[in-house]
Write a protein that binds this ligand. Structure first.
Ligand code: FPP
Length: 253
């Protein structure tokens, strides 16, 4: 067990320089459960507690967008029992948390091939998205059946169709117009990406959107993450110098 850090990171956060959008690759639920001699689903259930903690920490701090990688296109290859348990957990959690989302003025959003989800899941998700669509404090986006290459492939096809139908000209295709064809068309690029469980990969997550994103990797397993960790990561982010290809003197002038 890692020793609990005593620094009060929350009080060190500069509220005028918050990351507007934090994206998270939640990893390590299975290992966390295994360490306790339990089934993987036990890890996912405890992962939901971390989802809650991170969502609260972000909303309370003033982060405007939080995106969680909950299920990738590759995750369909997991054992059928785990896939169906994850879907059940998703339906259950959405149903249980919708009131809290409303109360806290949080808008639920989803990116990915949502229509490939089981019907029950798809319906619960769409209902929650519809019911929370006017909330303004924070947008919580769940990446579900999401894969960045699938997203970009889909964007290519839709762009090609729009060119063919005369809706756009080839000359109009540029980095700005490309973003209109991504699932994330209505959310800004993440400034901070956090991945848990000591894995140093991007795993097909937001490949286009993370061009200038700061990365934080932690050895902690996802169910171990709490609010204090979020405050600490925001502080770490604020201590980095983001140069966007420029030199230090140009940034600090
Ligand atoms: C990664 O751990 C976790 C997932 C693929 C699923 C994440 C899902 C949840 C936290 C619960 C549902 C979420 C919401 C938003 C209601 P892993 O299984 O890859 O762990 P391992 O690498 O240790 O095997």
């Amino acid at each position: 067990m890692e020793e609990k850090n005593k620094t009060d990171y929350k009080s060190l956060i500069d509220l005028s320089r918050l990351p507007k959008h934090i994206a998270v690759i939640m990893d390590g639920n299975g290992r966390w459960a295994k360490q306790r001699g339990k089934a993987r689903v036990f890890g996912h259930k405890n992962g939901v507690k971390a989802v809650r903690a991170v969502t609260e920490a972000c909303a309370e701090t003033g982060v405007e967008y939080l995106t969680l990688y909950a299920f990738s296109t590759e995750n369909w290859n997991r054992p059928a029992l785990e896939v169906s348990a994850l879907m059940e957990l998703l339906v259950f959690t959405i149903g249980r948390e919708i009131k809290t989302l409303q109360k806290n003025n949080i808008r639920l959003n989803a990116i990915g091939n949502i229509d490939s989800l089981p019907n029950k899941c798809n319906l619960a998700l769409k209902k929650a998205i519809e019911e929370t669509r006017n909330n303004t404090r924070m947008t919580l986006t769940l990446a579900l059946s999401y894969g960045s290459r699938e997203e970009i492939h889909r964007a290519f096809i839709r762009m090609y169709q729009d060119v063919q139908e005369g809706k756009i000209a080839v000359e109009d295709i540029n980095p700005e117009s490309i973003r209109d064809y991504l699932y994330t068309y209505n959310i800004p690029d993440p400034e901070l990406l956090i991945r848990t469980s000591g894995e140093y990969r991007v795993s097909n997550f937001l490949l286009w959107q993370i061009a200038y994103t700061e990365f934080i990797f932690t050895d902690k397993l996802w169910p171990e993450i709490d609010k204090e960790d979020v405050y600490e990561y925001i502080c770490q982010f604020q201590n980095r110098e983001r140069r966007f290809g420029k030199i230090s003197e140009q940034i600090n002038r």
